[in-house]
Ligand binder design. Structure first.
Ligand SMILES: *Cc1c(COP(=O)(O)O)cnc(C)c1O
Length: 304
């Protein structure tokens, strides 16, 4: 399965004489992040091969990965259980489901939840915690937080196709580093892969080095807007303007930060004339509703 590359027309691109295309992985599914489906593909096959009936994974209350696991798990006939950070969410479950669009969508797709305290969540990969889970839930196939493991990276390698070799640069948003590792492995030697972390972390480079088989990549670390799931009015206005100009809707957690950063670099002559750039729209659009709820509460401009 491959998605289309959309040509982007903006005055700044013409002025700097660079070409920008966006690969529309967001079109794989209306709510589910394209890259999260890619990351799950071989994991779910492996779970089937090993005859598991249940998938267990972790995430925050607005996680794209949680929804993707619920939807993909349902399609493939698995029972899915999400271990969710924040035990306060369990106190009034009905209200949580009503108010939280991410958990609502996951719930609608059959996922059940275990809400745990932040402290327990921090130790979620400890042997003791996982043993306790097995006692309670029975045997399961475990998918890590954010879905990143070797099989996930293999799935992400398939996002780039032979025709994409015409590009000089491949750009993407970075969370755990799994998706960019797939791009690095699938890239050609004449290409450079540029990652835009959506969070403030210094462990990312070493995570990517664990999985990436090549060194033709770099991280642009100045565009996280304060950290994971942080944003400001500049970013929200940018999303709305970009939508108006290109008809591409970006998400505020990942892809908007990447495209914002990329256009800043272009403005500052960071790319040679005639450069061909491919930016990957990894999806994440399901997260907009949750962000809009918060913006609305503060009487601020929402994403539309
Ligand atoms: C999770 C996610 C990413 C980051 O992927 P990683 O493999 O964790 O680096 C990028 N974009 C979107 C929309 C995502 O949901």
């Amino acid at each position: 399965m491959s998605t289309r590359n959309q040509s982007i027309f903006l005055p700044i691109l013409a002025e700097k004489q660079v070409e920008l295309f966006i690969k529309r992985e967001d079109e794989i599914h209306p709510f589910v992040s394209g890259n999260k489906f890619r990351k799950l593909k071989y994991n779910l096959q492996e779970a089937k091969n090993q005859s598991y009936k249940t998938l267990v994974t972790f995430g925050g209350a607005f996680s794209n990965h949680i929804v993707a696991t619920a939807v993909a798990g349902k399609i493939m006939g698995f029972k899915t259980i999400g271990i969710i950070r924040g035990d306060e969410l369990a106190m009034n479950f009905q209200q949580t489901i009503l108010e939280n669009p991410t958990l609502h969508e996951a719930h609608k797709n059959g996922m059940t939840f275990e809400f745990v305290s932040r402290e327990i969540y921090r130790n979620k990969t400890s042997t003791i915690f996982l043993e306790e889970l097995k006692q309670k839930l029975g045997d399961f196939y475990l998918i890590p937080e954010g879905g990143t493991n070797e099989l996930a990276i293999r799935g992400c390698e398939e996002i780039l196709v032979a025709e994409d070799s015409i590009f000089d640069y491949i750009c993407c948003a970075v969370g755990t580093g799994g998706t960019i590792s797939g791009f690095i492995n699938a890239s050609e030697n004449h290409q450079k892969v540029i990652g835009f972390p959506a969070l403030k972390e210094d462990f990312l480079s070493s995570e990517i080095e664990k999985y990436a088989k090549k060194s033709n990549w770099e991280l642009q670390t100045n565009f996280h807007f304060g950290g994971y799931a942080k944003y400001n009015q500049t970013l929200i206005r940018f999303i709305n303007d970009f939508k108006k100009e290109t008809n591409v809707l970006l998400d505020p957690i990942y892809t908007a930060k990447m495209i914002f950063g990329l256009l800043e670099i272009i403005k500052n002559d960071g790319f040679q004339k005639e450069s061909k750039i491919l930016a990957i729209h990894t999806g994440g659009l399901q997260g907009i509703q949750g962000v809009n709820q918060k913006l609305q509460k503060n009487n601020e401009e929402i994403i539309h």
